[in-house]
Design a protein around this ligand. Structure first.
Ligand code: PLP
Length: 398
């Protein structure tokens, strides 16, 4: 780091998480809480209930919310490692890095696993899913990702869930980057386990993930856990025994999450938050296409969570330089993760608004100009001039 005076504010994060959070969420962490203390335990219980409420579920209908220390990955791994019996088999639907990560976990956990892959710009083939489930009766569990944050593609979980339910298998959903901002009908999708985390669309800070699940399914997985600390049923039993996490809880992250949930409900829950993110995405897309950028995904499968943009064809475009210049202006974007195409990503989630998206795209225009990237029309991107329907930059073919 160069020697500089401390900045007056943080850079704005346009990433898949951790995200920009409100000042009030950050301030809620300036306290110390005893992990065994009754007030803290009451807060943990309240958070577990609110999470069920967000999903439209109740304990009376047989659902549980279980908090798990660690990042989102820990939550997914705790489910995979706790619920698949030794003689069971998991089918993983993969069209991006997070599907592949589940497959990696299955390898480490020594689970019998099968993968049904589709390309990163396509949702899973539902007929193939039906056929695989029909052909292989040893498959007991199916795992899918809702919004594949690798690209921003939105997978059709209600359709996938209907097929899984018809085939009478257990359905595990990684809804890390969608829960709280994209409506999920738990019962219609036949979800048994849903995993998300504190620092994505609920706008808390990192520190824990959570699993929403059908209690009866988890109880029937008794004895399958392959880890002590990440034993999902063990964790539930811990909460039920004395209201506590079994091992040190992320106290500050829980305090911040209490405030984050207040602000989530204040915004109008899933509908309100989803509407803000959708607007953010629209403003971003309009600004970027005015500059000549092309998004990687076809609009029909693109979510409003995060957007992948294809690198411009201009040889002077170098991502690290582009990234650095945006950072110097106070904007943090994200590198791409797609194997077949050169892309970068811009998230629309976190405590950012329409005006932030507009500021960002103006900064992108300025940066292009500074990088000397000449536009096909010879016009200045920073001036906001648009030349008819002709994109100003030639984007590389996908
Ligand atoms: C963020 C994310 C995860 C978990 O990532 P962590 O870095 O472990 O928090 C898992 N799946 C998806 C789809 C995600 O977006």
């Amino acid at each position: 780091m160069e020697k500089k005076l401390p900045a007056s504010k943080d850079k704005v994060l346009f990433t898949p998480g951790p995200l920009t959070t409100s000042l009030s969420v950050k301030q809620a962490m300036l306290r110390d809480a005893g992990s065994w203390h009754f007030e803290f335990n009451a807060l943990v219980l309240e958070i577990r209930e609110k999470l069920l409420e967000i999903a439209g579920l109740t304990r009376e209908r047989g659902y549980e919310a279980i908090l798990m220390q660690g990042t989102g990955t820990f939550g997914v791994e705790s489910v995979l490692g706790s619920v698949v019996p030794p003689e069971g088999k998991i089918l993983i639907l993969s069209n991006g890095a997070y599907g592949e990560r589940m497959l990696q976990m299955a390898g480490h956990l020594r689970l019998n696993a099968e993968v049904l892959r589709s390309s990163e710009d396509q949702t899973p083939d539902l007929d193939s899913l039906r056929q695989v489930l029909q052909a292989d009766s040893s498959i007991t569990h199916v795992a899918a990702v809702h919004c594949e944050t690798t690209t921003g593609i939105l997978n059709p979980i209600h359709e996938i869930g209907a097929i899984v339910r018809e085939a009478r298998r257990i359905f595990i959903l990684d809804a890390m980057s969608s829960f709280g901002a994209i409506p999920i009908d738990f019962e219609r999708a036949g979800i048994h386990y849903l995993i998300s985390s504190a620092n994505k669309c609920l706008e808390g800070v990192p520190g824990f993930s959570f699993v929403l699940c059908l209690r009866s399914a988890l109880l029937s997985a008794e004895g399958h856990a392959r880890s002590l600390s990440m034993d999902l049923l063990g964790q539930l039993r811990g909460f039920e025994k004395n209201g506590q996490f079994r091992y040190t809880p992320p106290t500050h992250s829980i305090l911040a999450f209490e405030q984050a949930l207040k602000e989530f409900f204040q915004e109008g829950g899933v509908v309100g938050r989803g509407a803000r993110y959708a607007t953010n995405h629209r403003v971003l897309l309009a600004g970027m296409s005015r500059l000549g950028f092309k998004s990687y995904l076809p609009p029909s499968v693109q979510s409003y969570i995060i957007t992948s943009f294809v690198f411009p064809a201009d040889v002077r475009f170098e991502f690290s330089d582009f990234y650095r210049r945006l950072s110097d202006r106070g904007y943090i974007i994200y590198p791409g993760k797609i194997s077949k195409a050169d892309t970068f990503r811009i998230g629309s989630i976190g405590r950012v608004f329409e005006s932030d998206m507009r500021d960002l795209t103006h900064a992108v225009g300025d940066v292009l100009q500074d990088m000397g990237i000449t536009l096909a029309s010879g016009q200045n991107p920073a001036s906001g001039a648009v030349s008819g329907s002709q994109p100003l930059l030639q984007a590389t073919a996908v």
